[in-house]
Design a protein around this ligand. Structure first.
Ligand SMILES: C[S@@+](CC[C@H](N)C(=O)[O-])C[C@H]1O[C@@H](n2cnc3c(N)ncnc32)[C@H](O)[C@@H]1O
Length: 307
């Protein structure tokens, strides 16, 4: 009779668990297109089937919020559970861009967005930034409030973000003038800014609110709420580098995947509704087929003012 070895026993149970997860994952439709792997199914189930050792570097995602859209009539996902599952698989220094908003029910905003942000903190992530997506189009809210025209883009991070390539396309109103001024200290005294005397450059670092136009391209036709392409693109450029693995557990028409294909990032997308999954497959396949004729041009000034 061989001796009982607890370490060997636990390794074997681990192997059995991994095999079981692999088997479970094998039951989902999965398409591999270039460096993208797309799963058709419920993201909570798929995330929980991943091997323990699997990690992703960043996520750019826009979950369904409230009951605004039916998205094929599937059960509403448990977003807090998805945040928990994602927090366990995010690499140190990685970020999750969580684009969401609140539905107004019986006259009150649900506050769901805040619950997500606080839950991410409870899961050990940092609320690194609360960014705002300023929308061009507005909805008509009734006669006792202003037009709602923004959504959140929460930046959850695992520790300090490893990459920050801040986009510098904010057109400075005082460009060309010489910087002056002081900043107020905690004790009330003032001190000079470090760069006093230097010329204000034409463009500076963006604000953390992004006015984003959503030009209709037709390629997302059939999906009711695609993410604007520039949102995915600009966040990937800011927080990630080529070769990293990016997740979108609510892939929809595949906008994050298209941006990953164009920017040389690996992509894992999950979508529950087959008709949106098929749109994503086509868009990502097209993105890989398009030859890259030009190197990415530096971004042009586009963030001047909202009016
Ligand atoms: C706001 S849309 C995402 C749009 C996407 N960013 C795009 O560019 O098209 C949310 C998506 O999540 C999908 N979804 C809803 N529940 C899901 C679940 N449990 N697992 C995976 N996807 C789900 C919906 O079908 C919908 O396509």
């Amino acid at each position: 009779m061989t001796d009982y070895d607890p370490a060997e026993n636990s390794r074997k149970s681990y192997d059995v668990a991994i095999d079981a997860m692999r088997e479970k994952l094998a039951s989902f439709r999965c398409e591999k297109i270039g460096d993208a792997v797309l799963y058709l199914g419920d993201c909570k189930e798929i995330l929980s089937s991943w091997p323990e050792c699997f990690r992703f570097n960043a996520a750019v995602t826009s979950p369904p919020y409230g009951d605004i859209r039916a998205y094929g009539g599937h059960e509403k996902p448990d977003l807090l559970a998805v945040i928990s599952a994602m927090s366990k698989r995010l690499e140190a220094g990685g970020v999750i861009v969580w684009n969401t908003a609140d539905q107004t029910v019986n006259g009150s905003e649900t506050g769901e967005s805040f619950r997500h942000a606080l839950h991410a903190i409870d899961c050990g992530l940092r609320l690194h930034d609360t960014m705002i997506y300023c929308k061009e189009a507005v909805t008509f809210p009734g006669n006792n409030r202003y037009h709602p025209a923004f959504e959140y883009m929460f930046i959850f991070s695992s520790g300090a973000p490893k990459h920050f390539n801040g986009l510098k396309d904010w057109a400075n109103k005082s460009r060309g003038r010489i910087m002056s001024g002081t900043s107020r200290q905690k004790d009330g005294t003032t001190s000079r800014f470090n760069n006093v005397g230097q010329e204000v450059p034409t463009c500076g670092l963006r604000r953390n609110w992004w006015p984003i136009a959503n030009p209709y391209t037709g390629e997302t036709e059939g999906h009711p709420a695609p993410m604007p392409y520039s949102m995915a693109h600009d966040h990937l450029e800011t927080w990630t580098t080529p070769g990293e693995t990016i997740l979108d557990p609510f892939m929809g028409s595949g906008t994050t995947g298209v941006a990953c294909a164009k920017l040389g990032r690996k992509f894992i997308g999950i979508e529950i509704e087959e008709k949106y999954f098929n749109i994503a497959c086509k868009r990502i396949d097209d993105a890989y087929r398009q030859p890259r004729l030009f190197k990415d041009e530096p971004p042009k000034p586009k963030q001047e003012a909202l009016l």
